[in-house]
Structure formats: structure tokens, C-alpha cells
Design a protein around this ligand. Sequence first.
Ligand code: CA
Length: 233
Amino acid sequence: MAKESILIVEDEEKILRLLEIELGYEGYELGKATNGIDALEIYLSQKWDLILLDIMLPGMSGIELLRRIRGKDSSIPVILLTAKDSIEDKVSGLDLGANDYITKPFRMEELLARIRAVLRMKQIASSPIVESDVWLHAGDLKLNEKTREVIRKEHDIDLTPKEYDLLLYLLRNKRQVLDRDQILEAVWGYDYDGETKIVDVYIRYLRKKVDANFEQALIHTVRGVGYVLKDVT
Ligand code: CA
């Protein structure tokens, strides 16, 4: 079976070349573009499994390109390459529908790990599921693994791809206390000290959508450890 195809959108010649060499070595089929306009054209010309997208691009910004891509396909995985360092900037990119981000300068093994994680999640999401196993439940919350619907008490809950992945992981491990490293590893595909803050940020986002407007909280903090999702207290 052919390896997955990756479209690299990056205007910095050195980084682009490095990515081509490393990803080519891993066996991925590659396409490249150095600006947003070309990238959109190449994106539309064939089917891609993943897009590596630089945010700072000449012409059309990576964020604008992401918006247009999401307008056509909500499921193609996108990993942002960002020079920005604040966690809020990363999160706002993720809110726009990116699956993950990596900050430049990055270590190649870290990028490769994230690519594998994102592609793995995509494969899990598209693999056939037995109809009766499609819905995961916790109290009055339910999540459909096939359609990605999340419903609580008849209300549709709209989640970003990463919020969805996180909720799915919590639901699959219902009533188990999960530490931050475990969550980071499972949902983001890597495990580095100092990055676990992103887990707290996402738990906060998820709570706002899943718990804030309802009587019973499902996501609980376990002090000094991590989090647990449970429907009985
Ligand atoms: Ca750039």
C-alpha cells in the first residue's frame, strides 16, 4: 500500500527542502507550494491525506488558506507550522480547524510523531464501526464516533477537531483518572515536559462547551493528578 500523501505549504526555502528530504525518506508522497494561491490550486488538483501549513505566507496567509480548505473539506488533517510562541496563538489556529500545530524551530522527530498521530486518528475515525457501538455515553451526554456528533440533553455541541479527540479519549476511558502526560500522549501523540499546559487549556474549552450550561459536571479535576470523566459522583 502506498504511503500517505502530504502537501507541504512553506515559503522558507531551507525548511521546505528539509521537510522534503525527511518526509520523502519516511516514504510519504509529497507535494509542495510556496504561497497560498499555488497551494490552493495544488490542494484541489488531487486527494491529500494531510497538509503541513505554514502560517506566515506571502499573498494568502496560512490561516486564510485553512479557512478556504475547511470550507471544502472539514476532515482533511492540517498541521500548522507556526513561528508564534504563545499558547493562545496556537489555540486560535486550532480553533480555526487545524488538527495540531508545531512551533518553529522544531525537532524533526517531534514533527514526524505528530504527523503519525494525526494520520492515526484519521484512520481510526474513518474505519468502519459496528452500528451499535457508534454512540458513547456518559450521563445525558453522547458522542457518535461515526458522524462525530456530540449531543447533550438534545443540544448539539460544536467541537473543534482537537476538542473532539480529547472528549473521545475521555469517554473511551470513562471513570478512569487520566494524568496530563497520558492525555497529551494519547490525544496529541507526544509527551514533552512543559507542553502539558495545552491539556489544561483544552479541558477548559471542553468544559465550557460540555459542562458549563448543564447541572451536572462530567469532567472532574483530580488534584495533583489530572482529569476524569464520570457520570456518577
Ligand atoms: Ca513563512
